[in-house]
Design a protein around this ligand. Structure first.
Ligand SMILES: *Cc1c(COP(=O)(O)O)cnc(C)c1O
Length: 387
């Protein structure tokens, strides 16, 4: 028998695994399954980005090892994007590091800062990577609940003082997956102040900063005065430009933080294919209107889903951002039992809130990454359920 490392044994079993089994059984029976589960854009990557990839892929210059720190041109393009979108001034050589998708960046970030026994404050419910990476490097996750009564913001005042003092890192994610909550600058100011008071680093995941509706525009935590020295922010081209399969994102933050993180990363990976970086430059420099168009599509799907849920008697938050709906589980069900019912009686896959942490219990996440015909079919099937 081959035994895995202890660090793997610390990782809790994945709730998706149980649901996957159910889906597999239904598929084998030849059922027509509609997934509103995963957060993976169905719309294609805009053509100019693909064209730029093809051009750059044909250039032998790009076939060799890329720079560890990303192409200077890409780092400059990132700095320009941050200045244009958030009015955040960055030095492309000191405050910017391209990563192979922000998941990879987020999963490795803790390794540069967390020692055995250090604590990290982690939002619950949240993107699972924050907790697992902390556990992997021997850290202790301190889960901070995202509650509806606090608009799903981490309640800074209720974080235990000893936990705060013993923490090296705090993960944060707005616009938020899965709750769809957004944070304003006033809130970010409070977070930065908390970071200074407790000598910790804020790792803000901004994967959904470009997916916003109803005229809402997301803020960067780096807009706060003094934030740069204490914060890193992860951005991703995945959701913004329908590029999940391309694996490209970037970290921006204080030069010390970026420096230590670069030091770690250069020892793990060998950079990002230059052709993909050229494509990403095209996206950041020229493609803003494409994301606006994406948002309109999600916005119209959002309205469709909210309308149907209301008829079903399921209450849901009206999101200003992300590509999800965070809805209440109907009375009489747990998140998981309701999602199981949806699969077995309607062949519709939803994500149970409990998959994102214990405070996700009582909610379900509905993904808007599916076309109107299938979305309507899914909603029709759900409307036939006896709740
Ligand atoms: C999708 C997602 C990511 C990962 O994006 P990649 O850049 O594709 O790795 C990170 N954080 C959250 C909250 C996400 O939902």
């Amino acid at each position: 028998m081959i035994k895995p490392a202890k660090r793997l044994e610390k990782i809790p079993p994945y709730i998706f695994a149980r649901i996957d089994k159910l889906i597999e059984t239904r598929k084998q029976q030849g059922r027509d399954i509609i997934s509103l589960g995963v957060g993976d854009p169905d719309l294609p990557t805009p053509q100019p980005i693909i064209d730029e990839l093809c051009r750059a892929a044909g250039d032998p210059e790009n076939h060799r090892y890329p720079s560890y720190y990303g192409m200077k041109k890409f780092r400059e393009s990132i700095a320009k994007f941050m200045a244009k979108k958030f009015k955040v001034e960055l030095d492309p050589d000191r405050n910017v590091l391209p990563v192979i998708g922000s998941k990879d960046g987020l999963a490795h970030f803790a390794w540069a800062f967390i020692n055995e026994g250090d604590r990290a404050i982690i939002p619950d419910p949240g993107y699972i990577v924050y907790g697992t990476s902390t556990l992997f490097c021997g850290g202790i996750p301190v889960y901070a609940p995202l509650l509806e009564e606090n608009d799903f913001l981490v309640d800074i005042d209720s974080i235990d003082v000893d936990d705060a003092k013993a923490s090296k890192l705090m993960f944060l994610n707005y616009p938020n997956n899965p709750t769809t909550a957004v944070a304003d600058l006033k809130y970010f100011r409070k977070v930065v102040e908390f970071a200074y008071d407790n000598d910790l680093i804020i790792c803000h995941d901004a994967a959904y900063s470009e997916i916003t509706y109803d005229g809402y525009l997301a803020s960067s935590i780096l807009e706060v005065d003094g934030a740069l020295d204490r914060c890193v922010e992860f951005h991703s081209l995945s959701k913004s430009f329908n590029m999940t399969g391309w694996r490209i994102g970037f970290a921006v933050g204080g030069d010390e933080i970026i420096n230590h993180f670069s030091n770690l990363k250069t020892n793990i990976d060998s950079g990002i294919f230059n052709a993909i970086q050229y494509a990403a430059i095209k996206a950041l420099d020229d493609m803003n209107y494409e994301t606006v168009n994406n948002c309109k599509v999600y916005e119209s799907r959002r309205n469709r889903v909210l309308g149907s849920l209301a008829k079903l008697g399921i209450s849901a938050k009206r999101p200003l951002a992300t590509m999800y709906i965070w809805a209440k589980t109907p009375p009489g069900y747990t998140s998981e039992s309701f999602c199981k019912k949806c699969i077995s009686e309607a062949d519709v896959i939803l994500t149970p809130g409990s998959a994102f942490g214990k405070y996700g219990e009582g909610y379900i996440r509905i993904s808007l990454t599916i076309d109107d015909v299938r979305l309507d079919e899914a909603l029709y099937r759900l409307s036939k359920l006896k709740l």
